[in-house]
Design a protein around this ligand. Structure first.
Ligand code: MD6
Ligand code: FE
Length: 215
């Protein structure tokens, strides 16, 4: 396994997944999308995002005119499918925490898609990291600080790379400036899939109490 790289406090593991593992994970995501089809979210101000989204797990993250939030069901009303075992295994290997993710957000980037600088802050327990898995075309990932407007650093995320955003960087601003469309052959029609894994809820009270008794 290659060494990790620190980008503004985000730990990136280049090539965490080999080609076979990437192809298998794409098949797992196809099955997720068959149960919970991709949709195009809108910002609360009514602008269509350029990425298409779906999710797996107990919660999916959705955005529409009512705002950003986690929802227990796909917009069609069906439950989100379970998080694939291949994806869970990555979380368990790199997250460093004892809870499993409750949401695997699936972002699908076509040609020209990007994601503006944002913070991931809709989760209740910010001691839990966000883990991201990149599949397909290379994407320019920008990481800034917790405050908006400071200096930023960028790194090209490639297919199979895994990034962990935790600790002091948990609330860092970050986004995808652009894709090198067609740079990977993983997805037959090009594009990029990014998976982000999150714990959404606070830890159950019984476990919190137990953790307090232990210290
Ligand atoms: C992306 N990633 O790579 C967008 N969020 O397409 C994210 O927004 C992200 O990579 C939280 C933690 C890691 C990430
Ligand atoms: Fe994010």
């Amino acid at each position: 396994m290659a060494e990790s790289v620190d980008v503004g406090g985000v730990t990136v593991w280049p090539g965490w997944l080999d080609a076979g593992a990437q192809a298998a994970m794409v098949e797992d995501i196809r099955a997720v999308a068959a149960a919970a089809p991709f949709f195009t979210p809108e910002t609360p101000r009514g602008q269509k995002m350029s990425v298409r989204m779906t999710a797996a797990g107990r919660y999916g993250w959705v955005s529409d005119r009512k705002g950003y939030r986690y929802e227990p069901r796909h917009p069609s009303g069906v439950d989100w499918p379970p998080i694939p075992a291949s994806v869970l295994a990555v979380w368990r290997a790199v997250s460093g925490v004892d809870r499993d993710p409750q949401c695997c957000l699936v972002n699908w980037y076509g040609e020209g898609a990007k994601m503006g600088l944002h913070q991931d802050r809709d989760e209740a327990d910010l001691d839990m990291p966000v883990v991201s898995i990149s599949l397909g075309d290379e994407a320019l990932f920008r990481v800034g600080g917790v405050e908006r407007g400071g200096p930023t650093r960028s790194i090209w995320l490639r297919s199979g790379d895994v990034a962990v955003m935790g600790g002091a960087a948990r609330l860092a601003h970050h986004g995808i400036d652009r894709l090198r469309f067609g740079s990977s052959t993983l997805l037959p029609r090009g594009g990029r899939i990014n998976l982000t894994l999150r714990v959404v809820d606070q830890r159950p009270a019984a476990q919190l109490e137990e953790a307090c008794l232990r210290v």
